[in-house]
Design a protein around this ligand. Structure first.
Ligand SMILES: Cc1cc2nc3c(=O)[nH]c(=O)nc-3n(C[C@H](O)[C@H](O)[C@H](O)COP(=O)(O)OP(=O)(O)OC[C@H]3O[C@@H](n4cnc5c(N)ncnc54)[C@H](O)[C@@H]3O)c2cc1C
Ligand code: SF4
Length: 477
């Protein structure tokens, strides 16, 4: 604890976002940065708690108090070193993690002004790249090979960890470029793609082999991968979006959120999208169905297209503002989130179920919604939804379905690899993230269902450790 009184005298200072009128004109990152002196002051606020709840809450187990102190002292290189011991890609989490650490920070409880842990993390990562503390390290090879299927954050961590341990790692990716949802899901205004590419370039220089446009089960047989590698890790994400099978679902103008977001990120990468497939929100009345992060990303993207109006609806009730007694500290608070995209302009409504899409000559014109109520049961259990009969027709031109994801996409691949799936159709694994086939492991959203980048990274780390242990054990037999 560098400055024992800082938490009393120095207020939390966030770098904030670029002005709305400026940022909606481009797709560059919206978040700003503090100068190094102010950043170090922010780090000085950390109290080095005896029980650091920030560390407890962090899925990758970051040692926040240690690197806050190093940052306060201006020891950036050491701060990066300590941070990178637990977090493979702090430049990603520093930008887009919802920061459970901050929600559990003791200063959140006592003064509702936690240490700016996430922003401090991003600053350390950027300083490390800028100052040349992140160097290419070529490992000594151990003669063993590992295949990773899928290059999202989970697969990238598996590849990074095992490559550094000397395994020769090949990552198979069906998309045009590596990165998974970091590349083709999360909008550029939250995470710039040169940040993703910088890490891919580093991993490539260190020896990881990326085979893009290569879908396992299509361009290469799954059996071939299993036969030719000492171990395989399946990190294929949870790509099947939850659908809304109501009347009019097939009308022109109703799309899954990922059709829109994936296409926007591709176009910004210079990947051609045939004009007939391009979805434009320019001048349109947009309705986003689903109140979560993916929906919020559709709002931000629609604003950048120049939508006429944007309404985001959610079937669940509006969460409490600020504090929710049902999720007390140090739990992650279930409270109303207002993202940078919401600030850019959109109406939000809750307790609305979608009854049908209304069209003319096969083109979407309106949506019929009905108000719902959520009734709490007398004794415990989940609230029950009750239709109220209060219906309303909303005129819209474009709908994005952002209601979550259900399970990994490729039943073919899962069958070919003879993997079992659990009740929700995620890939079933044991505690070591091993599938029923003892040389095939799985991690990330493919086993948990749609989650967070930091959780996918934690899962990738665990899978890498398990694969390492498995291959070492095999060698010793
Ligand atoms: C729009 C959107 C915004 C989000 N925003 C955030 C955020 O701000 N913060 C946050 O923490 N989380 C966010 N998330 C969630 C986060 O992106 C995911 O939880 C995380 O990316 C999951 O990582 P993963 O590696 O398991 O899967 P993915 O990132 O989905 O990667 C899986 C990869 O596997 C590839 N693949 C699949 N099948 C095959 C095959 N047969 N052969 C070869 N390759 C294959 C896919 O093409 C993909 O590249 C967001 C998600 C979405 C959809
Ligand atoms: S809980 Fe907050 S104040 Fe305490 S060690 Fe963690 S970051 Fe520092």
């Amino acid at each position: 604890m560098g400055n024992p009184k800082a938490f009393l005298n120095i207020p939390r200072q966030e770098a904030g976002y670029r002005p709305v009128l400026e940022r909606v004109e481009d797709y560059s990152e919206v978040e700003q940065t503090l100068n190094t002196s102010d950043r170090r002051k922010q780090a000085s606020r950390c109290m080095d708690c005896g029980i650091p709840f920030c560390h407890w809450a962090c899925p990758v187990g970051n040692k926040q108090p240690e690197w806050q102190e190093l940052l306060y002292e201006g020891r950036w290189k050491e701060a990066y070193h300590v941070l990178s011991l637990t977090c493979d890609f702090p430049e990603f989490t520093g930008r887009i993690c919802p920061a459970p650490c901050e929600k559990s920070c003791v200063l959140k409880l006592s003064a509702d002004s936690p240490v700016t842990i996430r922003e401090n993390e991003a600053s350390i990562a950027e300083a490390a790249f800028r100052e040349g503390y992140v160097n290419v390290k070529i490992p000594v090879r151990n003669g063993k090979t590992v295949a990773v299927i899928g290059s999202g954050p989970a697969g990238l961590v598996v590849a990074n960890q095992l490559n550094r341990k000397g395994y020769t790692v090949t990552v198979f990716e069906k998309d045009e470029l590596p990165g998974g949802l970091l590349r083709f899901g999360i909008p550029n205004f939250k995470l710039s793609k040169n940040i993703v590419q910088r890490r891919i370039d580093l991993m490539t220089a260190e020896g990881v082999i990326f085979k893009t446009n290569t879908m396992v089960g299509k361009e290469i047989l799954a059996r071939e991968v299993v036969d030719n590698f000492d171990a395989v890790c399946v990190a294929i994400g949870a790509e099947v979006p939850r659908d809304l099978p109501v009347e009019g679902r097939n009308l022109k103008g109703v799309h899954f959120a990922m059709e829109f977001l994936g296409q926007q990120n591709r176009m910004l990468e210079g990947i051609p999208v045939p004009p007939k497939n391009q979805i434009s929100a320019k001048g349109k009345r947009v309705l986003v169905i689903g109140g979560g992060d993916t929906g919020s990303d559709c709002v931000g993207t629609s604003n950048r297209h120049g939508a006429k109006s944007i309404l985001q609806i959610e079937i669940m009730p509006k969460p409490p503002v600020g504090h929710n007694p049902e999720t007390p500290w140090p739990m992650y608070p279930q409270v109303l989130k207002t993202s940078s995209s919401h600030e850019e302009g959109c109406e939000r409504r809750w307790n609305l179920a979608t009854c049908r899409f209304i069209g003319e000559r096969n083109v979407l014109k309106a949506v019929e919604v009905e108000e719902v109520e959520w009734i709490k049961p007398a004794v415990g259990g989940r609230p029950e939804m009750k239709m109220t009969g209060k219906k309303e027709v909303i005129e819209v031109d474009l709908v994005f379905l952002a209601m979550g994801f259900v399970h990994p996409e490729q039943e073919g691949l899962i069958k070919e690899l003879e993997l079992a799936t659990d009740a929700r159709k995620n890939i079933a694994v044991d505690k070591q993230l091993r599938t029923a086939n003892n040389k095939i492991f799985a991690c990330g959203d493919a086993i948990t269902g749609a989650s967070l980048v930091v959780r996918a990274m934690a899962s990738g780390h665990k899978a890498a450790d398990a694969i390492d242990a498995f291959l070492k054990e095999k060698k010793n037999k």
